[in-house]
Write a protein that binds this ligand. Structure first.
Ligand SMILES: *Cc1c(COP(=O)(O)O)cnc(C)c1O
Length: 359
């Protein structure tokens, strides 16, 4: 059975060469006589794996020296609480841009800790576009500005970093490493690993050092970024195997030519798929072309009764996990870094053939 092209939104496809290397090293990591899963996180072997992964991530994203990198647990969802706990810094208010379902979750959690000012919302347009920057009602007294550069469920992506005067916090779960970014424009970047980095169970946080050290009083030690920085993300046992696989993925991204090459490839993949959708009257994508995601492409069929047939025939063709999120329905193709261009080409060919037979 050949490996399927897996269009899952997350956990998502991993590069095959990464899985092959993990397989080779599964029983005995480079002569250690044990699997990475069996190693002490404080032993010199695992510490070398951890340090190399951080060094490679720093190189890929060109992370400035005054930013700390954390390898945490709890998913992006835990960050929804950790961010206000750590970044309010004595202030009472935070700005949030609402561009979709993940923004809404971040907003709901932040409301437990502070006054949330929603600067603008795309909800009245069903999250198919982003309100114009000049309509945002930003508060200069906000402790930070939070946004979701790529809304994984709605397929909406903000392609340029907005111009904001307070520290910018970005949930990059489904877009990190998809293209180059200027880390220095952000106060904090966070991402669950299971889309573009590695296995579930690992969460990356990149945070500017000067924002740390002023948590709200009740912050659990595990949720205190500064305590995690001081313990080098090892306050307790970290997700060692996920950290190791992430390290292999970082090496793979470097071997692909880094983030410039990755970005070019991702743009080509997305354009090919959107073009196929736009050139047909059988498929449709509702998102404003300015804000279409390079990573998650939702689409509908003119006749929704054909959805089940579409999914089952796609599966038989080796194209799996194309059902849309349960909250929005339709289809969604997630085409993260590890989805090869051939996978997108195979999907486009299948879509054209299906349309020919069923339209
Ligand atoms: C997947 C996702 C999350 C949730 O991540 P978990 O690691 O499951 O908590 C949050 N935000 C965005 C943008 C996502 O894509």
């Amino acid at each position: 059975m050949p490996r399927a092209y897996n269009f899952s939104a997350g956990p998502a496809m991993l590069p095959e060469t990464v899985l092959e290397q993990a397989k080779t090293e599964l029983l005995d990591w480079r002569g250690a006589g044990m699997s990475v899963m069996e190693m002490s996180h404080r032993g010199k072997e695992f510490v070398s794996i951890a340090e190399q992964a951080e060094a490679d991530l720093r190189e890929l994203l060109m992370i400035p020296k005054d930013y700390k990198v954390l390898f945490l647990q709890g998913g992006a969802t835990s960050q929804f609480a950790m961010i206000p706990m750590n970044l309010l810094r004595g202030k009472m208010k935070a700005d949030y841009l609402n561009t979709g379902i993940w923004s809404e979750k971040a907003i709901a959690e932040a409301k437990h800790y502070c006054q949330v000012n929603v600067v603008a919302t795309g909800k009245d347009k069903k999250f198919t576009t982003v309100p114009e920057r000049n309509s945002w009602n930003c508060d200069i007294d906000a402790a930070y500005f939070h946004y979701t550069p790529n809304e994984t469920i709605n397929g909406v992506e903000i392609h340029a970093v907005p111009d904001i005067s307070v520290p910018i916090v970005a949930d990059m779960s489904s877009t990190i490493l998809s293209r180059p970014i200027d880390v220095s424009k952000f106060g904090l970047i966070y991402a669950g690993a299971q889309k573009n980095i590695g296995p579930a169970g690992l969460t990356i946080v990149i945070v500017r050092e000067d924002l740390l050290g002023n948590t709200i009083l009740s912050t659990p030690t595990m949720f205190d970024y500064k305590a995690q920085v001081e313990a080098e993300s090892m306050l307790n046992t970290p997700p060692t195997y996920a950290w190791y696989i992430a390290g292999l993925v970082f090496k793979w991204v470097k071997a692909q030519g880094g983030l410039i090459a990755m970005g070019e490839r991702n743009q080509r993949k997305a354009e090919k798929l959107y073009q196929a959708i736009d050139n047909s009257s059988f498929y449709a994508n509702p998102v404003d072309p300015t804000y279409r995601s390079w990573m998650n492409v939702p689409f509908t069929l003119a006749n929704p009764d054909l959805e089940k047939t579409f999914l089952s025939e796609a599966k038989d063709a080796g194209l799996v996990t194309l059902a849309g999120h349960r909250s929005v329905g339709g289809m969604r193709a997630s085409i993260y870094n590890a989805m090869p261009e051939q996978g997108v080409a195979a999907l486009v060919d299948f879509m054209k053939d299906f349309e020919k037979r069923k339209a």
